[in-house]
Design a protein around this ligand. Sequence first.
Ligand code: SF4
Length: 438
Amino acid sequence: MSKFYKIITYGCQMNIHDSEKIAGMLALRGYAETQDEALCDVIVFNTCCIRENAEDHAFGNIGALKQLKKRKPSLIIAVGGCMTQQQGEAEILREKFPFVDIVFGTHNLEAFGILLDRKLSTGKKVVEIKDSAGKIIEGVKPFRTSYPNAWVNIMQGCNNFCTYCIVPYVRGRERSRALINIFAEVNVLVKSGYKEITLLGQNVNSYGKDLGDGTDFATLIRKLSEITGDYRLRFMTNHPKDLTEELVKAVAENEHCCHQIHLPLQSGSDRILKLMNRHYTSEDYLEKVALIRKYMPDCAISTDLMIGFPTETEEDFLDTLRVCEKVGFSSAFTFVYSRRRGTPADKMEEQIPEDVKKDRIMRLVDFTNGQTRDFSVDYAGKVVTVLCEDFDKKKGLYMGRDEYGRMGYFSSERNVIGEFIDVKVTSVNGISLFGEIA
Ligand code: SF4
């Protein structure tokens, strides 16, 4: 008889890839994926605590399964990810959601299969949160559902302790995978037909620092250039303080690397950047932008921006807009600062009132949307090469990104998913391009 699972994932790309690993462990045990919860034998919540709303959302969705569990007691409900790794969270889950069967953290995600086996053989609740992250466990085969794209973790954790961020507390310190293992994984993916590989880490620019053998991210990028084939290479996310000239050169010289770099600015105010513990000034940031453009003049630079950090004044906010103006971002992810328990920023007294935050985020979104549109306008009439990722049922069009990250939509008589297609852009709408096969 078939066994089914569903994984509900919150948060970032790292979490989405972690869910692929959980899916791999379930597939190995004979489970198939379904979106129909009533059919499920296992439902896993892979949670995120980086933003408050993701956490609230997860709690709401876990609570909503209470009735299903009553009707189907054999259903196994598991909760893992960053949220469970926070101090006291496992106890909250135990008290508020006693029907949850398995609780696991980020440090033992790779052991999820073993925890499931234990639950099935003993029938007892399993709660296992490890305090510290050990060595990276190799060999968990992800069940990939994102063809032609594939994500490859190159490291875990973060050493930076930005004062607003919970990640170093719940994901531990930086641990890099051996270069040889990353090379082997990327090589297999390319040889098996994946067309876009994204290297993942909280700060990929500090890859290798813990390996102690002189390997760094530039070394990795150069090594990967030995892998031949028709594919693209991306990486995220970067930290401006660690982006070196040697790395930018390595990226520019690797013909597979996309000319798109995501470089989180967060704030354009030096005072706020200092309070955030970001270790760069707005001037340093602009120098990194100049460095990228020196070697890749066409490079699209995208960013993360945060408003409403404690003590942020109108002038600080305007500094952010000024830096945005100078850079000309291809796109920006904009966030309202959200208090995270246990972080230094949470203890700062002068929190910004909600109405001020609301006003600033609206102005920021307006501004960055304008930049996004300006970047797109230049596309009109051009031929761009997109990697077709999927068919958009609503639009009735195929969709794919160009190397700068713009999504293009076009029609085709045949299925072209997984192919590089030249598209002539006939119209532009915000971040989206529309066109026809050239
Ligand atoms: S670099 Fe800063 S924001 Fe990014 S994960 Fe590390 S602590 Fe968090």
